[in-house]
Design a protein around this ligand. Sequence first.
Ligand SMILES: *Cc1c(COP(=O)(O)O)cnc(C)c1O
Length: 490
Amino acid sequence: MRYLSTRGSTSSSRDSAGPTFTEILLGGLAPDGGLYLPESYPQVDAAELDQWRRLSYADLAFAVLAKFIDDIPPADLKALVTRTYAPRVYCNGRSETQASEITPLRWLERPNAARGEGGLAILELSNGPTLAFKDMAMQLLGNLFEYVLARRGEQINILGATSGDTGSSAEYAMRGKAGVHVFMLSPHQRMSAFQRAQMYSLQDENIHNIAVRGTFDDAQDVVKAVSSDHAFKARYKIGAVNSINWARVAAQLVYYFKGYFAATGGNDQRVAFAVPSGNFGNICAGHIARMMGLPIGRLVLATNENDVLDEFFRTGFYRPRATSETHATSSPSMDISKASNFERFVFDLLGRDPAMIRELWAEVDAGHGFDLSGTPYFASLPDFGFVSGSSTHADRLATIRHAFASWGVMVDTHTADGLKVGSELRTPDMPMIVLETALPAKFEATIVEALGRKPQRPAGLQGIEDLPQRVEVIDVDVDAVKQIIERELR
Ligand SMILES: *Cc1c(COP(=O)(O)O)cnc(C)c1O
């Protein structure tokens, strides 16, 4: 399997093949600024789906990923995937037997054909070490990085900024890994006590927490400034693990298959997925699973008040917002102003025309948007299964209350966005599967606001706020970050 860039550089010359999976694993964007995608999507037929239906999560992950990775020997890939998707990593206080499914499906309302009810379910994706679905991909990334770096005798130093979930997920995935250091910037005193404790209590020598006296955007700007110093970047082998990383998208394909099998009795049925969305990484995997032949009838994109993506799917107008226009909401992991993975979907929507992508993203990069309304592309959106909706803080509170009262299920604020929009766009002909992107324990304050009680915390995480913390607090200062990196790698 070779990869190409959505902006065309890697596929421009006919005789030179594009990069392989491990060649794009450690990088971010393609050299031309585009995003990597496979040259074509491997197809899965009915016979193969029948076989896959019976597989454990780890074996299914191997079957799916092997279609995209042909430069890691199968036995090695199998070992990596088996270690990654082990019940003990996803047990979250439950027994390993309970955790054996890795991503259990929980019916809220079972399908009832006689009554014309398609059913409504939650696919649990947040039982990993940091209680958010990002662990599903990041845990694999950690093991892949370690494997590839060891094989090449190389090292990488991951530099990132986090507002909460991504940083902890990356740190838990990379802790103790040979050849990898993580330098993670976070906004000083702007994360929840739980989120701070999750990151700062890690005592591993390869994890470096840096709190910046400023906002998330300030931290992000510092990361960009360090990364744009090319000499420094090369000398200290600075890398990233952001959501455009292809391996993260590939890892997320697996649970669409798993969720489909859990919700259906045979491969002639269709399902809908509702996906709380921010950077379009999660739902992009759903789109690709569908392109591979998984019978996904509908992909429901849910946003919060930051509705740049909902606006596109309703109107055809993609209008990235300025940071100042981005609302701080109670589903903060979806507070984005532009969706970094969206280019991958638009590439497919436009019939994979890199020239057109270059044109549209020249507009985006110049701070404008683009408008596909009135074009055949916009008219073809239903062929891709997409529909969308948005939700507000009041909707989240109402949904959390409704789920608790009706089904005895406590959902977090992001999953509530998905449940709200998914419930509205349900149809009787297929089950609606809402992807759970975090556990309520991560967002205690809003749960208390909605239900007047605190969410349960998984056993191992009780009292983590009281553990000793390792963090260095600095001003918004590019040189200070460089000095820390130099000092720690000496
Ligand atoms: C990252 C995240 C999202 C958004 O996922 P994307 O892949 O960026 O669309 C939603 N919910 C939670 C809890 C997250 O951490």
